[in-house]
Write a protein that binds this ligand. Structure first.
Ligand code: COA
Length: 379
């Protein structure tokens, strides 16, 4: 047994996976061998889900059937919606609301009572339900907290367009729907990131899929992980409000010992390929609106961080200005990340159940070896 301590499990191999691979030196990401650039530009989120869950790209009929199966699962039971309403009216944090609602879905899932880890078909059905319902939960939460009634899902819109429709109450134009679909594809899977690993740790105890996804949502919420995307937008807005130039703002933040959200990564030593694609989207949206200031601030910060710290942007950096220009509220950027990554979490849990072993690392004990116990009334 090795006593080498790997803080943060950096570089430690804990599983074999055929789902996604990151080459951190080349800045390359593949899902089951397909380059992220090809998937982002040419595949829909549903297609990517099929690829992750079934191991290969679907043909046209398989994709149509799969999309229909997903669409059929969009509606959420009234009991869960009542809780979403309560959480929204209490102004609960959006990630906490999503975590609670997803956990609650298990009680309404027809396959919930017979949890068998190796019942792959039941787990796929649960996975479809969870993934299909998250947009409905999130859109309802956002509308209720703004004093609006939830909008029912539409069957004629795909996963991405239907979410924007339920969020805004109007059908998105093609540019918005395609940009959002691309963002979902880009966030769908990413090796053993912290939230995926949390899902795997949970499922390694043979806990059920809803428990694994609930663990993962909680893990994604932190500012070192999925929470970074909303912090990027808050930073860009602070820059805008402060009349400072973006470089001065970031220099001050670094001088104060703060981290710059949207930069750095455990695995990439170069720019995250997803940030390149989202940067192009952010620029295109700015140009279409006749105002590229968010993109320009971002580029100035990226150049400064490269010179000053040698650190490149990650996926969260340009997703922020992309979502902002799409009119999406800043505090639901992280739940949107969850909406997409749910597909990856579920794929990893399915993979885990095929060859499971309890995940149970060790800590080096640095506490006292022997203390004499003194009863409480004698202390
Ligand atoms: N801003 C400023 N400095 C940063 C930084 C950032 N965003 N990210 C990393 N660094 C610096 C650290 O200060 C550290 O420098 P040091 O060795 O001089 O102390 C060095 O880079 C390595 O950072 P470390 O925290 O050890 O890397 P990690 O692999 O443990 O953490 C992240 C990775 C992603 C948590 C980290 O880069 C970060 O906090 N980024 C900001 C949050 C974010 O965008 N998260 C989303 C990730 S997709």
């Amino acid at each position: 047994m090795s006593d080498e301590l790997k803080k943060g499990l950096e570089g430690v191999l804990v599983a074999e996976s055929g789902l996604s691979h990151i080459d951190g030196d080349e800045g390359r990401l593949v899902y089951r061998g397909y380059a992220i650039e090809d998937l982002a530009r040419q595949a829909s989120y549903e297609e990517v889900l099929y690829l992750l869950w079934h191991g290969r790209l679907p043909d046209a009929d398989e994709l149509a059937d799969f999309a229909d199966e997903m669409t059929a699962e969009r509606e959420v039971d009234d009991g869960v919606l009542a809780t979403v309403r309560e959480l929204a009216e209490q102004d609960e944090d959006p990630m906490a609301a999503l975590r609670t609602a997803v956990s609650m879905l298990s009680g309404y899932d027809p396959d919930d009572s017979d949890h068998e880890p190796d019942d792959r078909e039941a787990n796929l059905r649960k996975g479809r339900r969870i993934t299909a319902k998250i947009p409905t939960l999130l859109a309802a939460y956002n509308r209720i907290r703004n004093g609006q009634e939830p909008v029912d899902p539409r069957e004629d819109l795909d996963h991405a367009a239907n979410f924007l429709y339920m969020l805004n109450g109007e059908e998105p134009d093609d540019v918005l729907a395609e940009t959002f679909d691309m963002a979902l594809v880009l966030h769908a899977d990413h090796g053993l990131n912290a939230s995926t690993f949390a899902a795997m740790v949970t499922s390694s105890t043979l806990a059920d899929l809803h428990s694994a996804v609930t663990s993962a949502i909680g893990t994604l919420s932190g500012s070192l992980h999925g929470g970074a995307n909303q912090n990027v937008m808050r930073m860009l807005k602070e820059v805008d409000d402060s009349d400072k130039d973006p470089v001065k703002w970031v220099r001050d933040a670094l001088d104060e010992g703060r981290r710059v959200p949207g930069f750095g990564h455990r695995v990439y030593n170069v720019k995250d390929p997803r940030a390149k694609i989202l940067g192009e989207e952010s620029e295109a949206l700015g140009e279409a609106a006749g105002d590229t200031k968010w993109y320009e601030y971002s580029v100035a910060i990226e150049e400064f961080m490269a010179e000053e710290k040698g650190i490149a942007p990650n996926v969260d950096f340009y997703s922020a200005s992309t979502y902002y220009q799409m009119g999406i509220p800043v505090d639901i950027y992280t739940p949107i990340f969850a909406m997409s990554r749910a597909g990856g979490w579920i794929a990893h849990v399915l993979e885990q159940f095929e060859d499971n072993r309890l995940i149970r690392p060790r800590a080096r004990y640095v506490g006292s070896e022997r203390e004499e116990f003194v009863p409480v009334d004698e202390r």
